[in-house]
Every structure is written in C-alpha cells, then in structure tokens.
Design a protein around this ligand. Structure first.
Ligand code: SF4
Length: 476
C-alpha cells in the first residue's frame, strides 16, 4: 500500500480453546493479523475461574511484552486487533469488550459493522441502559444481558438475531469459546485444530479471521464458520447451531482484492489464486502495448504477476517500498513535492528509463496517491505509463466494517474514467470489469459476494447510514 488512498483494513479476531499457552497463541495469531488493524489490540484469557484482560493502543508486538502475557495466563483466550470503523479510536473502544452480566463475565471481539446499532442503542438508552463506549459491539453485550433466555448460548443466539449488518464475532466466558458469523457472511472467520499433545486428551480449537494466523501457531485449517452459524466449544466438545435462517450470502469480495494476506484462504478460496487471476483477467480485458509490468507495492504485486504471465510482458519491481515508515515523520522545511509518497516509494530509474510501463494497482479511491505515483514513474524516465486497476471503479462507501471515504470523495463516483485518467496523468487507464472480478474470485461456486462498493447495490437495509457515514469520514 502506498500513501493513504486506500479502503482501510477492518479488524482481526482470534480465539483459542484449551491450550496451556492460550495467551501466547492468541498473541501470535494477532501478530499474523496485524495488517487488519493497527490502532489497538487486546487479549482476554480465562483460567477457568476468572477472565483476565489487557488492551492498549498500538501494535501487537509493542503492547504484549513477555511480562504482560505472563499476567494473562489461561487455557482459553480471545484477541482483537482494531482499525476503528464505528466509534472513535480511543482506548475505551479497543476490544475485546469485557463485562459482568447476569449471564456471567463475558468478553467479545467483533470484526464488522452493525447497520442497526444506533437504532437499538437509542431504544435501550431510552429504557435506561448506560453505554460505556461508542462502539457498536457494545450493543450486542447489552442485548445478551437483557435477553430473557436463561443460558448464555441461548442469550447470545437471541442477541445475534436482533442485530443486522456484518459481524464475525468471537466470545469468551469462563469455560467456553463462541464463534459466529452474520447470516450473510460478510466478513471471514475460519476454524482450525491443533491435535492434542503432551498427554492431553483435548485438541485445541482455534478460530481466526484469516488462515495465515493458523500457520504461525501450527493449527490445521478445518473449515469456515458458516454464515448464520454459532459454534460453541466447551467441556462437552464442539457444538454448532444456526441462530438464524440462511440469507443470500454476500461475502466481501474486497477481502480477495486487497484486505486479506495472499497466504490466507478466505471464504474457502486461496487469496493468492484470486489475486493472480484478477491480473490475468485484467490483461485479457485491458491489454497494453508496453515493455514492462510494474506493480505498485505491496498491494499490486500479485495481480501484476497475473497480468505479466497472461500478457507475456516481463514483470519488474520498478518501485521499491520502504517498509519502515512510521506514523509520524519530520518533513523538510522547504516543501518537497509528493513528499509523503516519496517516503514510502522510490522508483528504480535504471529499470524505468525510456520504457513503456504498465503500472498495476488494486484500487483508486480518491486518486491523489495514484496521481503522485504516475508522476514519480514518469519523472524516473518512463516513456509511457499505462495504469491498470485490478477491480472495477469504487463508486460507493462500505457499511459492513470497512473504513471508506464518503461518496463525494470517491473519484470514480464523480468522474468518468477518462476524467480520472487525465487527473492521474496516465497515458491510458483501465479497470477490471465487475464480471472479470467475479470470475477471478469464483463468484457463485463456494461463495457469492458482496460487490456493493462497485455497484452501489447494498445487500441489507441501511437504517443507520447517516450515523455510520460521519464516523467513517472523521478519519484522518
Ligand atoms: S461494500 Fe465493498 S468493502 Fe464493503 S463488504 Fe461489500 S465488497 Fe466489501
């Protein structure tokens, strides 16, 4: 990713049932999911008697020192890494959220965004409920507490039936781990197993947003948590129920385009395969007469491999990314043009000089960064710059757990492709078609996808649009 002109990642969740080092596995799992959110992270563990929590702002590796982890000893754990989508980014809204309720102490970690959270919250506040955070996840906690059901699994299922929108959730009680996905399956959540070791009779059950977390802790991928399914892991073993009738599946196609790591399997399909296929489809739909295929790193790399393989044009890393750019940096007093992008990317002049370049990226959101990158490649001596984008124009914001600008700020919502080409300064510009995107991600086979940010056709009733939009817009 170069610059900030991207849809922002959402959140990552992980859960561990029955392991002597549950806190460390949760920590490692979160570390593998760090790309899904860098603002805050938290872990809650259970030692069978009580729940222990630590959460803070910052990166997983900075928050959880050995000393801190030692204080979180337990055999059950859940964890969360956050990029805020609703609620501001203060520590108060960091997750997991842990509360004492009439169903016992519980902790909850959420990836997604509830589209009716504000409506439920207003109703509950009118009835006297007091909310501690501005996070939509707290609504679920209150619904669990207020449920007339007597057991925690029944109360959780009852709460889940009352919320709408996107949620992949893990929940921890003293002796159980719960994992669930909304009935449309917007966000991913998968299950894995570590076979029993060292005389233990129990396998360890693991849940995570992406399967790359399983690889790091030696867990074997088992299956996806199904849309509308609630899995409960406890002393009696693993049980599953459907908390709501199935609805038309609408899993987020942008997970395959950009969010998830290429080494993950998402919605049952390897991301690497989808992303490379996106590049191949793009090469078929929008060929270019050029000397080199150059990816915008890191987001454009896999699609560029596909484009190069399909077109026969050699792939070269003509832009080098500095991976160590922190959040704050000191600018020179005399302003340097495109300084922010230059900090992150530098062109390889010897490669680009005198060449016709196909520049591959995965999306254009506002267009500001693309314009700077095209200028950078041209200034490095490229003769022509042909920009190719491995998904259709993004014309609508997301309401399902992804931080996006308002429609007014999306360049493709307000300009023709020719106008965008002129703005970026590219010699030619082409996007992948919606059909090409769906084909590359095998839409309709194992999974049907949400494509609302490309079509403006949303799969749910958006009751909270006015509430959700300003929260998304306030982000720097
Ligand atoms: S609107 Fe776009 S980013 Fe949001 S869930 Fe749908 S496909 Fe994903």
């Amino acid at each position: 990713m170069a610059g900030n002109d991207k849809f922002r990642d959402e959140c990552g969740v992980v859960a561990i049932y029955a392991h002597p080092e549950a806190e460390t596995l949760a920590y490692l799992g979160l570390h593998a999911l760090q790309h899904r959110g860098q603002e805050s992270a938290g872990i809650v563990t259970s030692d069978g008697m009580a729940l222990h929590i630590h959460k803070a702002m910052g990166l997983v590796a900075d928050i959880f020192t050995e000393k801190r982890l030692a204080r979180l000893r337990g055999t059950l754990a859940i964890g969360h890494t956050r990029y805020s989508t609703t609620g501001d980014s203060a520590l108060l809204n960091a997750q997991p959220i842990m509360v004492q309720s009439n169903k016992g102490t519980i902790a909850l970690a959420h990836n997604g965004n509830l589209t009716n959270a504000q409506e439920i919250r207003s109703r509950m506040e009118a009835q006297g409920s007091i909310f501690q955070t501005s996070s939509d996840t707290e609504v679920i906690v209150h619904l669990i507490a207020q449920s007339r059901e007597h057991t925690l699994p029944d109360a959780f299922a009852d709460a889940l039936r009352r919320v709408e929108g996107a949620f992949s959730l893990v929940m921890l009680s003293r002796d159980r781990v719960f994992a669930t996905r909304d009935p449309r399956g917007f966000r991913p959540l998968a299950m894995a197993r570590i076979p029993a070791q060292n005389g233990s009779t129990h396998d360890t059950i693991v849940f995570a947003s992406e399967t790359c977390a399983f690889d790091l802790i030696g867990a074997q991928y088992e299956r996806e948590v199904k849309p509308g399914e609630l899995i409960i892991v406890g002393p009696e073993g693993v049980s599953s129920r459907n908390f709501a009738p199935a609805q038309a599946q609408s899993s987020c196609i942008f997970e395959h385009v950009y969010f998830s790591r290429p080494d993950s399997r998402i919605f049952g399909r390897p991301v690497q395969e989808s992303r490379e296929q996106l590049g191949r489809e793009l090469a078929r739909e929008a060929p270019a007469d050029a000397d080199l295929v150059v990816p915008v790193p890191d987001s454009g790399v896999t699609a560029a491999m596909g484009y190069a393989a399909e077109s026969g044009i050699p792939l070269r890393f003509g832009l080098i990314r500095n991976h160590y750019v922190g959040r704050t940096f000191i600018e020179p007093q005399q302003s340097v043009r495109d300084f922010g992008v230059k900090l992150k990317l530098n062109p390889v002049r010897s490669l680009l000089q005198g060449k016709r370049i196909v520049l591959i990226d995965d999306s254009i959101v506002r267009g500001t960064t693309s314009r700077k990158i095209v200028r950078m490649v041209r200034n490095a001596g490229a003769k022509e710059v042909h920009m190719r984008i491995s998904c259709p124009p993004t014309i609508s914001p997301c309401f399902y757990g992804v931080d996006t600008p308002r429609k007014a700020e999306l360049i493709a919502a307000n300009n023709t492709i020719e106008e965008i080409r002129q703005y970026t300064g590219a010699d030619s510009l082409a996007y992948l078609s919606l059909d090409g995107l769906k084909k590359a991600c095998h839409d309709g086979e194992k999974t049907t996808y949400c494509t609302a940010c490309y079509t403006g056709q949303y799969p749910t009733n958006l009751v909270d649009v006015e509430e959700i939009l300003p929260a998304a817009v306030e982000k720097p």
